[in-house]
Design a protein around this ligand. Structure first.
Ligand SMILES: [Mg+2]
Length: 192
């Protein structure tokens, strides 16, 4: 096995480490005052299935979720994230968390605080924490990402990007992982 100490794994948070769509479903049910069972779990990016009509509507729900329901500190961890990120970290890979969460003006301190608290309280190992929209500029060697447009743009730049599977990205091609165990196996298959 080649040296791993200089291999950086760029890991997205929402939809990859944190169950963004599961928590947003609870908050959307509250927001719309609808029984949660009416909101399908099979959503696409933008949440039109729940009645979100456009970007302004989405941003309004998202802002409510982040500022009034502590979205960034109240999501469940996606199973396996802690176990397999720790395994990779112990093997020498450098875990670099990359998230685009600073999109609400004058809310940055709270967004960062919620994020760090969540990462620490869930025991997620990481060396670096990047709040970046342009993920390719972070300079990771391999990326784990769930948002279709991000995956496409990273791959267009020639960057090895594992699609972390959920209902928003079923149309995205391999390499795909449907669990953290599969992420772990793909990283090893790529770098062996
Ligand atoms: Mg994401």
């Amino acid at each position: 096995m080649s040296d791993r100490s200089d291999i950086v794994i760029g890991v997205d948070l929402d939809g990859v480490c944190a169950d963004f769509y599961g928590r947003m479903r609870e908050i959307a049910a509250e927001w719309f005052e609808r029984p949660i069972g009416e909101l399908t779990t099979e959503v696409s990016y933008g949440l039109s299935e729940w009645g979100i009509s456009d970007k302004n509507h989405y941003d309004s729900l998202h802002r409510f979720a982040v500022t009034q329901r502590s979205l960034f500190s109240s999501m469940e961890m996606i199973p396996g994230a802690r176990k397999y990120l720790r395994l990779l970290s112990d093997e020498g890979y450098r875990i670099r968390i990359i998230t685009h969460r600073l999109f609400i003006h004058y809310f940055h301190a709270t967004a960062v605080e919620q994020t760090v608290n969540w990462l620490d309280s869930h025991g997620i190992p990481f060396w670096d924490l990047c709040f970046m929209k342009e993920k390719s500029q972070v300079g990771a060697d391999v990326y784990v990402e769930d948002t279709p447009s991000n995956i496409i743009s990273l791959r267009e730049k020639g960057l090895y990007t594992i699609c972390f599977g959920n209902s928003t990205n079923t149309h995205i091609e391999e390499p795909r992982a449907n669990s953290w165990q599969e992420v772990y196996e793909l990283v090893h298959a790529w770098h062996s």
